[in-house]
Design a protein around this ligand. Structure first.
Ligand SMILES: C[S@@+](CC[C@H](N)C(=O)[O-])C[C@H]1O[C@@H](n2cnc3c(N)ncnc32)[C@H](O)[C@@H]1O
Length: 199
């Protein structure tokens, strides 16, 4: 898509997107998606493509840090939260609270006391774990989490969420997850999952 990418880059560079441009992109992207998706035999790859097309056609493309990075190799003014200068002082003042552990999540959880953690950002670690291992980790997360603790993780290619067997320990927070996913601009993830440790 050399022409389309070039147009998008110029738009991002000059921050000159107007609604008509976005509508024009949306139409081009829809047509391209229809064309290209036939070449993707795997449904998950087609899903990735669909989400990328939707992100590129959205008015928020101008401020999407991921799109800027992927298309231009730089964030420029579209900075993710952690890289915004107004947050430096707060991050710096909390650095002493960081504790680095180089070990598997399972091993780390096993060392933590019950009811000791308020929130878990597990990135997309479950992408690398089979279902039984995922269930075991989530069970231990529920043990280590304080009542009300939030557990957050991404689904990329595999679908992961707490299984029915853990329903009494972890409650889904699907609406909050959908809202945050939309606001994050992280279109390449299939889904954001938020679950809450029950009382
Ligand atoms: C795609 S990376 C995400 C990196 C980073 N957390 C982020 O958000 O950008 C997923 C990471 O999970 C790590 N990982 C996979 N299985 C793990 C496990 N059982 N315990 C801890 N980390 C694991 C992988 O080594 C990989 O670095």
């Amino acid at each position: 898509m050399p022409h389309l990418s070039e147009s998008l880059l110029i738009g991002i560079e000059r921050r000159q997107f107007v609604e008509s441009d976005v509508n024009k992109f949306a139409k081009i992207i829809d047509a391209l998606f229809a064309l290209i998706s036939n070449a993707f035999p795997r449904a998950d790859a087609r899903g990735q493509l669909r989400r990328a097309c939707a992100a590129l056609a959205s008015p928020e493309v101008v401020s999407n840090a991921y799109v800027h990075w992927l298309l231009t190799g730089a964030h420029r003014e579209a900075l993710p939260l952690a890289l915004r200068p107004e947050h430096y002082a707060r991050i710096r003042s909390n650095l002493h609270r960081l504790e680095w552990r180089c070990q598997r999540l399972e091993a780390c959880l096993a060392t933590l006391p019950s009811r000791s953690i308020d929130c878990f950002n597990l990135s997309n670690v479950f992408e690398y774990l089979g279902e039984p291992a995922c269930t075991a980790v989530l069970r231990d997360v529920a043990r280590v989490g304080r009542p009300g603790a939030r557990v957050l993780y991404w689904n990329l290619f595999v679908e992961r969420e707490r299984p029915a067997s853990l329903a009494a320990l972890l409650a889904p927070r699907s609406r909050a997850a959908r809202d945050l996913h939309a606001r994050s601009g992280a279109f390449f993830y299939r889904r954001l999952v938020i679950e809450q440790v029950t009382a």
